[in-house]
Structure formats: C-alpha cells, structure tokens
Design a protein around this ligand. Structure first.
Ligand SMILES: [Zn+2]
Length: 411
C-alpha cells in the first residue's frame, strides 16, 4: 500500500471504504490484524481506520472472549495520549471480578470518545455461564457474563446505538438467548443510548434468580426487534403474577414496558399486534412484510395478515391518547399523527384494504414502503426516520449490516 495511492480519493470516500471494510470483519483476530497492518503501512490510513473503529465498535464476546475489548482499551488509551488528555488517575481493583477499574477521569474521557458510536455486541447471551467445575480457582468469575459486562462498561462507557447480534463465527444460532435482566442494567448505564436493535432471541421466562421484570431503559427512543418474545406463562407456574395474569417475569408482557419513552418500534418478524402494549409515547411503527411464496405456482407476495393489523388497530392499538391525557403543550401544537410503515415487495400487500380502513378510522397514517424489490431495481425508501437512501434489497429478508443499521437508526 503506497501513501500516494489514496491521495486522489476524497477523504470521505476513503472513510466510507474503511467503514465498510471494518464492518465486514468477522472476528477479533481479523480486526486486530487489520489495524496492525494499517499501522505498519500508512499513518494517515491507520488514523482513518481507527476513526471507523471508534465509530463502529464491534465486540465479539463469544465464549466470554475479551479480545475485542482489549483491542478497544488500547485504542482508547492511544486516543488519550494523542489528545494529551489529563487522565492520570490510578486504576482501582474490582476485587470480585479481579478487574482493574479505571479512574473517573479515564472513564469520562472514554465516554466522550464513544458517546456517538454504534456499538455492536456479538455472541453475548447471559445464559450459561461457564460451569463452576471449569473455572479457574484463582479467578473464579472470569468466565461469567458479569465479568464481560463490567469490563465492557469500563472500556466503552457510552454509545449512541447498540445492536445485539449472533456472532458470525458462532454455530449456536438458535439456542442462545439474551437474558434481559442481566443486560439491561448495562444499557441503563449508557447515557447517550437512543437506539437498540435486538437481532437475537430472548429468554422469555427469566430464571428464579432474576424473576422480576427487567429494569427500564428510559433514554432509548428507538427499538428494533428481530424476534418478539411470545408468552410462555404456564398456569402451573407459581411465581408472582401481574394484574393482567402474566407472570411478573414474562418478557412478552414486560419487554416494551422497559422502554417507557419509545417513539419508534421496528418489528422484523410478524407477531399478532394485539398482544403488544407499546408505551403511549410511540409515534412510528415499522413492520417488515417481505414477499413470501405462500401458494405453490404463484408469485411471492407480502401480507399483513400475520400481524393482524386491522384487528389490533380496531382494539385501540397505537391509539392517540385521549384529549384529557394530553400535555398542555399538545393542545396548541396538535400531537403528531401516529404512523405505521409497512416494508413490502412491489405489489399491494395482502390485507392492505382492511388495514387502511382501520387506520383511517383511528387517524393513523398507513404507509407502504417498497424495499423488497428485485435486486437490480433501485428503490427510494420512504421509511423514516433516517431512510437508507438509494438502497436496494433482494426479495429475501436479510439482516442489515452494522452500517445499514447505523444509517437507519441515525437521527
Ligand atoms: Zn406471559
């Protein structure tokens, strides 16, 4: 790689290429070698790659690995040195986890470095800490999720958006589940966090050790769920119940309550909407309805039936708050209309007329966004907020890359 090789490209283009490259890495080893190769090759490109890595933080913690975290600790330390930051406090020891905890000035510097970053955590489940018999006697908490999360919040104390995803290198795609009771206190600790994407399965009923609902994450306004947890409450379960009959630990009942200031909810897979109780703050709901071949010999088509949208809206789903419940300010500046955006293939989705009639009745704006077009057709998405401009997508539902997700969640 020669320094003159990038001189003719505008910096923004180089930055975009490096961001794409960084987001395409699939392991901590690959990220480490990429950074060191750039460090050897070209200081300018290395600086730009470091910036991409700071903006798009990727942590693969599969098997309690902290390799990526160590990489980011070094990156944050170098940033402090380069900035000439006055961060000389002595680290304290967290004796339970046997981890060095940096002083307040170091934490404040790191929070500032990462406050606008898009954090992607891969391979975190919360379920199945290393069995005691395999643990190191002198360091018994090393292979626990508590250890990983404490280390994480000491190195990356803040982020703008967070994606929880499977690790591309992991074989355990289906069985691994997120345990919200364990993870949500960490989410609460990120002051700048506004957008969360769970591209994972949830553990629907928490174990007795964390039997109550997860804590609220009030600062988050945008939530995207690949899989909505469904109720598995058993009549025979004797744990405490809520007034609505669900167990207190039922995630199907409590998940959305953890986000009391949610404005945008995006569901990637169908669920009967009448089972959901989003907070009154919700303004925009995005539903993915990719074309699926449902009848042999017929073209694939999108459908709203799996969401049962019309029935839910008739029952008051996403209804505007009654006039008496509105804030003073709302009466002058009328509250914005609620909006449901359905992401479909090219044709009108099945069930559209019924959904439209119900939404008209409830004064909800219903919008079709054609995003699952033929791969060679460029489509201008009308999705808001922060549409992916000029993007095209195949007719197969795919998980967005970090870059796409970040653009979609960017405010
Ligand atoms: Zn339930």
């Amino acid at each position: 790689m020669e320094s003159s090789g990038h001189a003719c490209l505008p910096t923004e283009v180089v930055e975009e290429i490096l961001e794409t490259t960084w987001n395409s890495t699939i392991s901590a080893d690959e990220r480490k070698s990429l950074l060191s190769a750039f460090a050897r090759a070209d200081p300018v490109l290395h600086g730009l790659l470091t910036r991409a890595a700071t903006r798009f933080v990727i942590l693969d913690v599969t098997g309690f690995s902290t390799d990526d975290l160590d990489l980011y600790a070094a990156l944050a330390d170098r940033a402090a040195t380069e900035a000439g930051a006055d961060v000389d406090s002595q680290p304290q020891l967290n004796s339970y986890y046997n981890i060095e905890v940096p002083g307040d000035d170091v934490l404040a510097f790191r929070a500032d470095v990462f406050k606008n970053s898009h954090l992607r955590i891969e391979g975190l489940t919360g379920a199945g800490d290393q069995p005691h018999r395999y643990r190191n006697v002198s360091d018994p908490h090393r292979h626990t999720w508590g250890y990983v999360l404490v280390k994480l919040t000491n190195i990356i104390p803040d982020a703008r958006s967070l994606t929880l995803a499977f690790s591309p290198s992991s074989l355990w795609l289906v069985a691994k589940q997120i345990v919200p009771a364990l993870l949500f206190p960490t989410l609460r600790s990120f002051p700048s966090l506004r957008s969360v994407h769970f591209s994972v399965f949830f553990e629907v009923l928490n174990f007795a050790s964390h039997s109550a609902a997860p804590p609220t994450v009030a600062q988050v306004t945008s939530l995207r769920l690949t899989h909505v947890p469904t109720c598995e409450c058993s009549k025979r379960d004797s744990r405490p119940r809520r007034a609505d009959g669900h167990l207190e630990c039922c995630l199907a009942a409590t998940l959305l309550e953890c986000f009391p200031n949610l404005q945008h909810l995006h569901l990637e897979n169908p669920v009967f909407l009448k089972m959901l109780y989003p907070p009154a703050s919700l303004r925009t709901l995005t539903l993915d309805a990719p074309p699926v071949q449902r009848i042999e010999g017929r073209e694939p088509f999108s459908s709203l039936l799996e969401y049962n949208l019309a029935a839910a809206v008739k029952r008051g789903f996403m209804a505007a708050p009654a006039a008496a419940d509105r804030d003073e300010g709302d009466s002058e500046d009328r509250p914005r209309r609620r909006k449901i955006v359905v992401r479909t293939g090219a044709g009108e989705p099945f069930g559209w007329m019924a959904a439209r009639a119900a939404c008209d009745e409830a004064e909800i704006e219903l919008v079709q966004a054609v995003v699952y077009a033929e791969p060679d057709v460029r489509v201008e998405s009308v999705l808001e907020p922060g549409a992916v401009k000029g993007s095209s997508a195949g007719s197969v539902l795919k998980s967005p890359t970090v870059l796409e997700a970040a653009k979609m969640t960017a405010v």
